[in-house]
Ligand binder design. Structure first.
Ligand code: DC
Length: 220
C-alpha cells in the first residue's frame, strides 16, 4: 500500500510524512532525498558530463530505507543521510532532477522499494507520475514566506552560513524549476486532497491527515 504527499519545497511534506509513518507504524520514503543523493554524487565526482554520469547511475550501489525513524541513504557504503542537506546540494538539485534519465533512475528505485511494505512517500510528482494509482494522495502547500522560515530552521543545524534570504531565494527558484520543467513537473493530481498548512501547527496538520487516512484506508 502506498500513500503519497506532493507539494512545493518547504510545505512540510517530509516532516509530516515521517511523523505519520511513526504514528501509524508504516515506512517513510523521502523521494527528494534520492534526488539530493544523486546530486551529491555528481558534485562529488567533480560535475562530470551529465548525460554520461546519469546513464551510468545503475552502477552506483544506492541503498535507502526507513530505519530507526530515519530515512537513510547510502552509496557504495558511504552514509549520505546528512551530507545531502547542505545548501551546496540544495542549489543544484532542481537542475539535476529535471533530467529525464535521472528521474527514471529514481522512479524505478522507488517502485522497487515500496513493493515490500506499506509506505507514505513525499515528493513532487508521486501522485501524477510515479504512483498514479496510489491508495491515497495528498497535496500540501503553504505560503512562500512560511515555507522559507521552516526550511531555514531545518538547514541552519547542518549549515551555519545559511541565511533566511538565501533560503527564500533558493525556494523561489526551485518552485519555478519544479513547476515548469518538461519532465514530470510539480502538479497537483486531480484526485489529491489539498492540505494548506499556512498558519497550522505541525500537530494540527499531522492529526488532520491521520484522520483522513483512518477514514479512507484500513491499515490494520
Ligand atoms: O523535497 P526536497 O526539497 O528534498 O527535494 C529536493 C529536490 O528534488 C527538489 O528541488 C525537486 C526534486 N524532486 C523532484 O523533482 N521530484 C520528487 N518526487 C522529489 C523531489
Amino acid at each position: 500500500m502506498i500513500i503519497v504527499i506532493d507539494g512545493p519545497a518547504g510545505s512540510g511534506k517530509s516532516s509530516t510524512a515521517k511523523a505519520i509513518a511513526n504514528r501509524l507504524g508504516i515506512k517513510f520514503l523521502d523521494s527528494g532525498a534520492l534526488y539530493r543523493a544523486i546530486t551529491y554524487l555528481w558534485l562529488k565526482s567533480g560535475k562530470p558530463d551529465k548525460a554520461e554520469f546519469f546513464e551510468n547511475l545503475s552502477n552506483i550501489q544506492l541503498e535507502a530505507d526507513f530505519k530507526d525513524q530515519t530515512f537513510y541513504v547510502q552509496a557504495g557504503g558511504e552514509d549520505l543521510t546528512d551530507k545531502i542537506r547542505t545548501k551546496y546540494v540544495a542549489d543544484q538539485v532542481s537542475e539535476i532532477a529535471s533530467y529525464k534519465i535521472a528521474r527514471s533512475f529514481v522512479n524505478s528505485f522507488m517502485r522497487d522499494l515500496v513493493k515490500k511494505d506499506t509506505y507514505i512517500a513525499d515528493g513532487r510528482d508521486l501522485g501524477t507520475a510515479v504512483f498514479s494509482d496510489a491508495d491515497l494522495k495528498f497535496y500540501m502547500d503553504a505560503s512562500l514566506k512560511e515555507r522559507a522560515k521552516r526550511r531555514f530552521l531545518e538547514m541552519k543545524n547542518s549549515d551555519s552560513s545559511v541565511t533566511l534570504k538565501d533560503v527564500m531565494k533558493n525556494l523561489r527558484s526551485r518552485d519555478e524549476k519544479d513547476q515548469n520543467r518538461d519532465n514530470d513537473p510539480l502538479k497537483r493530481a486531480d484526485d489529491a486532497i489539498i492540505i494548506d498548512t499556512t498558519g497550522k501547527s505541525f500537530e494540527e496538520q499531522v492529526s488532520e491527515m491521520i484522520s483522513i487516512i483512518n477514514e479512507k484506508l484500513n491499515l490494520n
